[in-house]
Design a protein around this ligand. Structure first.
Ligand SMILES: *[C@@H]1O[C@H](CO)[C@@H](O)[C@H](O)[C@H]1NC(C)=O
Ligand SMILES: *[C@@H]1O[C@H](CO)[C@@H](O)[C@H](O)[C@H]1NC(C)=O
Ligand SMILES: CC(=O)N[C@H]1CO[C@H](CO)[C@@H](O)[C@@H]1O
Ligand SMILES: CC(=O)N[C@H]1CO[C@H](CO)[C@@H](O)[C@@H]1O
Length: 422
C-alpha cells in the first residue's frame, strides 16, 4: 500500500514534468500541443448537426479545455465562420458513419494555441465569405492538424500568415482552392511549421507558398496550376526550409516546374525530391538534381536544419503510397477525397480539374455523408460503455477526464485508440 500512495502522489508531478506528445505519434513543430490538458479538462459531446446552439460543433469549440467528441456523423452546414478557442482537442475520429464534414464557410484558428484537430473535413465553398480562407491562422502557437481534409477556400484553402509558430500539418489533404484565386495557401510564419505526408491537389498556385521556418517532408503535390507549385519565398524576408523526399506530379493544369520564385533570402536544404512531369498515366519520374534550374534561384544549404523530424522518413514513392492510402479524414473517406485520390491523383497526370463551383459535377457537393450510430455511452462522458468495461473504468460514472498512468486523460486514450499512431 505504501507503493500505491507513493505513485498516487508522484504521477501528477511526472505528467507535468515529462512532456507527452499531442497524441501518440505526433511529430514536428506542433507535436507538443496540449489540447485540453493544462487546465481543468472537460468533454463536449456534439449531439446534433446544427449550425449553432446547444450540442452543436460551433458551441463545442467556443470554450477552452474541451475534448470535443461526436455522437453524430454527417454534414454540418454553417453560415458564418467558426472561431476555435485555445486548448481544444477536436476528435473527429469519434464520429460514427462517414464522420464529420463542416461545409459552407471557413474556420479560424487565430490565437487557438494548443489545439489538436484530427480526422475531420472543412469544405468552405462558394457560399463562404468572399476573400476568406477555408482554414486561417493569423497568429498563435502550438497547433497540430492531423488527417484533416480542407478544400474549396475562396481566398486560400489552408493559410498561415503572421506571428505563428510551432504548427504541424500531417497526413492531410489541401484541395481545390476555388477559382478565381485558387490557392493551396500561404505557409508564412515567424516560427516553425511542419508539413508531413500531405496532399496538395488542384490548386492554381501556392502549393504552398512558404516563408519563414518550414519543414516540407514526404508530401505529394499534384496538378498545380500556372501560378506555381512550391513557391519559395518570393519575398525580402528570410526563410530557412528543409524540403525532403516529396513527390511532385504534374497534371493537366500543370504548365511549369514544381519550384518557382526562389531568391537569395530563401535558404533551403533539399534532398530526394521526385518529379514526374510527363502526364503519361504512370509514375515514372526522377529525383530533381540540386540546381537552380530545378529549384529556382534559392540559396542551397549543405546541412539540414535541425528541425523536429518525421518519426519515419519515407522514400518519395513510399510517401506517395502512404498519402494515397491515409491522407485526409481517411478513417472513412468521403466521395470528394475518394475522387481526388482515385480518379485524379492515380491517373498520374491524365485527370484533374479546374473548378469554380464544387456543387457541380463531378464533385456534386460535399455530401451526402452517412451518419451512422454512436455506441452506447451511459454516463455521457464521451467514452462508450464497451470501451470503459474493457479498460477498467466505470461506464456509469463520468470519469473520462481523469488522468491515466501514461499522462493522458482517459478520454484522450479512448479517442487516440480509434486510429493508428503514425
Ligand atoms: C437543432 O435544429 C433543429 C432544427 O432547426 C431544432 O429543431 C432543434 O431544436 C435544434 N437543436 C438544438 C439542441 O438546438
Ligand atoms: C515553440 O516550441 C519551442 C520548443 O518546444 C519552444 O522553445 C518555443 O518557445 C515555442 N514557441 C512559442 C512561440 O511558443
Ligand atoms: C482547381 C481549381 O479550382 N483551380 C486551379 C487549380 O489548379 C487547377 C487544376 O485543377 C487549375 O487549372 C486551376 O486554375
Ligand atoms: C541536374 C538535374 O537533375 N537537372 C534536372 C532538372 O530538372 C529537369 C526537368 O525539370 C531535368 O530534365 C534535369 O535532369
Amino acid at each position: 500500500m505504501k507503493f500505491l500512495s507513493y505513485s498516487a502522489c508522484v504521477l501528477p508531478l511526472l505528467a507535468s514534468v515529462l512532456a507527452i506528445p499531442a497524441f501518440p505519434g505526433a511529430e514536428g513543430f506542433g507535436a507538443q500541443s496540449l489540447g485540453a490538458r493544462g487546465g481543468t479538462a472537460s468533454v463536449y459531446v456534439v449531439t446534433n448537426l446544427n449550425d449553432s446552439g446547444s450540442g452543436s460543433f460551433r458551441d463545442a469549440v467556443s470554450q477552452s479545455h474541451r475534448v470535443v467528441v461526436f455522437a453524430v456523423g454527417g454534414l454540418i452546414t454553417i453560415s458564418s465562420r467558426i472561431v476555435v478557442s485555445p486548448n481544444v482537442y477536436i476528435a473527429g475520429q469519434t464520429a460514427p458513419g462517414q464522420g464529420i464534414t463542416v461545409y459552407g464557410n471557413g474556420i479560424s484558428y487565430s490565437a487557438a494555441h494548443n489545439t489538436i484537430t484530427r480526422f475531420i473535413r472543412f469544405r468552405m465553398g462558394t457560399t463562404g465569405d468572399s476573400g476568406k480562407d477555408a482554414i486561417t491562422i493569423a497568429n498563435g502557437h502550438d497547433m497540430i492538424f492531423d488527417h484533416v481534409s480542407v478544400s474549396w477556400g475562396r481566398d486560400e484553402t489552408f493559410s498561415i500568415n503572421g506571428d505563428v509558430s510551432n504548427i504541424t500539418i500531417s497526413d492531410s489533404i489541401i484541395a481545390q482552392g476555388l477559382e478565381t484565386h485558387s490557392c493551396g495557401g500561404l505557409m508564412q510564419s515567424t516560427g516553425g511549421v511542419s508539413i508531413f505526408r500531405t496532399l496538395y491537389i488542384d490548386n492554381q498556385t501556392r502549393n504552398p507558398k512558404v516563408k519563414g521556418i518550414n519543414e516540407f517532408t514526404n508530401n505529394v503535390v499534384y496538378n498545380w496550376g500556372g501560378g506555381g507549385g512550391y513557391i519559395a519565398g518570393d519575398s525580402a524576408g528570410p526563410s530557412e526550409a528543409n524540403i525532403l523526399n516529396n513527390v511532385f506530379l504534374s497534371g493537366p493544369s500543370t504548365s511549369q516546374h514544381p519550384f518557382t520564385r526562389g531568391n537569395a533570402n530563401f535558404h533551403t536544404f533539399v534532398s530526394n525530391n521526385y518529379y514526374d512531369p510527363d502526364q503519361d498515366g504512370t509514375l515514372n519520374g526522377f529525383i530533381l538534381g540540386e540546381s537552380t534550374d530545378n529549384y529556382s534561384d534559392v540559396d542551397f544549404q549543405d546541412t539540414q536544419y535541425p528541425y523536429p523530424p518525421v518519426n519515419t522518413l519515407l522514400s518519395p514513392t513510399d510517401a506517395f503510397n502512404h498519402v494515397r492510402d491515409h491522407a485526409g479524414a481517411s478513417l472513412v473517406r468521403d466521395h470528394v477525397d475518394t475522387y481526388l485520390i482515385q480518379t485524379e491523383m492515380l491517373s498520374f497526370g491524365k485527370k484533374g480539374a479546374l473548378i469554380t463551383d464544387p456543387t457541380l459535377a463531378p464533385i456534386n457537393g460535399p455530401g451526402p455523408i452517412s451518419g451512422g450510430t454512436a455506441p452506447t455511452d451511459t454516463d455521457h462522458d464521451g467514452i462508450p460503455d464497451a470501451y470503459e468495461s474493457a479498460h477498467g473504468t466505470n461506464p456509469n460514472v463520468a470519469d473520462s477526464t481523469n488522468i491515466a498512468s501514461n499522462g493522458y486523460t482517459n478520454i484522450e486514450n479512448y479517442v487516440n485508440s480509434l486510429v493508428p499512431a503514425v
